[in-house]
Design a binder for this molecule. Structure first.
Ligand SMILES: NC(=O)c1ccc[n+]([C@@H]2O[C@H](COP(=O)([O-])OP(=O)(O)OC[C@H]3O[C@@H](n4cnc5c(N)ncnc54)[C@H](O)[C@@H]3O)[C@@H](O)[C@H]2O)c1
Length: 274
């Protein structure tokens, strides 16, 4: 029960990796404030309560600074000051070559994936400073370092999140606050399992030394560690959780492009997939 007595605010808690993080933090004793833009987040809260944990939900858009500020105030009043913030909510609004990216979609990706964490971080910091203790974990992505084909907005937002992470450390480490980034590779959430074309999965796994996608629970375990006292001296770190995929050059494209690339690999290296 490393997180007993802690209040953890987690964004994007309705499903996927967020739900796993929620269950793990609750299992380690934290009281959970689960924020999402969709009311499916109530299901996560019900699971936690069914397991004897404490959870409240807040419906809000992280991109809206006012909603983020009000959400933090609501949590501070209901559960006590937020001691752990996990910025997990994100979206991909735009899959297109850069010259065909729509303004609104580019702006929405930056607003949710980068301004969202900023809005929440700014709102939780004063009480963390008062407590002389705080943990902020930003869920970035492998794309934040290496880019992701036709996802410039997503990649730029996740790279920007690394910059925000560093600055929180520079400015607040002396207050007992840590801020770290987690960079997942391909994680097999229900959405990935259902919607990612098998060819893209196979190609990605061919470039992932572990030869399997990550599990949401594996990301959750890392986040729980970073939220604990055990991680007090890890600060401003960028921790890859990708089965070694960062060591390989993953270049995705449309299914047709990947097919063509795979075909060329097979021609050049028969039996390469084995
Ligand atoms: N799944 C992967 O392979 C993978 C890989 C690298 C990084 N990530 C990152 O991990 C995190 C979780 O990913 P996931 O696959 O579980 O995604 P997901 O789409 O399943 O979950 C994202 C959650 O964020 C919520 N959300 C979206 N916009 C919001 C907003 N404006 N305000 C509040 N909530 C909002 C969604 O409703 C959803 O519940 C994201 O930051 C994602 O970028 C995922």
């Amino acid at each position: 029960m490393r997180l007993k007595g802690r209040v953890a605010l987690l964004t994007g808690a309705a499903g996927g990796i967020g739900r796993s993080i929620a269950l793990r933090l609750a299992g380690e004793g934290a009281d959970l404030a689960l924020l999402d833009i969709t009311d499916a987040v109530n299901e996560t809260a019900e699971i936690i309560k069914g397991q004897g944990g404490k959870a409240m939900t807040v419906l809000a858009d992280v991109a809206d600074a006012r909603q983020a500020r009000e959400a933090v105030a609501e949590v501070n009043d209901a559960l006590g000051p937020v001691s752990c913030l996990v910025n997990n909510a994100a979206l991909t609004a735009n899959i297109a070559p850069i010259d065909r990216m729509a303004d609104e979609q580019w702006e929405r990706e930056l607003a949710v994936n980068l301004s969202g964490p900023f809005n929440l971080t700014r709102a939780v910091l004063p009480r963390m400073v008062e407590q002389k203790w705080g943990r902020i974990v930003n869920i970035s992505s492998l794309a934040g370092r290496g880019g992701l084909h036709r996802q410039a907005g997503y990649s730029a937002s996740k790279a920007g999140l690394l910059g925000l992470t560093r600055n929180v450390t520079l400015e607040y480490a002396a207050h007992g606050i840590t801020c770290n980034a987690v960079l997942p590779g391909l994680i097999e959430t229900p959405v990935v399992a259902t919607h990612l074309p098998q060819l893209i999965m196979d190609y990605t796994m061919s470039l992932t030394p572990a030869r399997r996608p990550g599990k949401p629970d594996e990301v959750a375990a890392l986040v729980a560690f970073l939220c604990s006292d055990d991680a007090a001296y890890i600060n401003g770190a960028e921790i890859d959780i990708d089965g070694g995929a960062r060591l390989c050059q993953v270049v995705l494209g449309s299914t047709r492009e990947v097919e063509a690339r795979l075909a060329s690999i097979h021609v050049a290296h028969p039996g390469a997939a084995n």
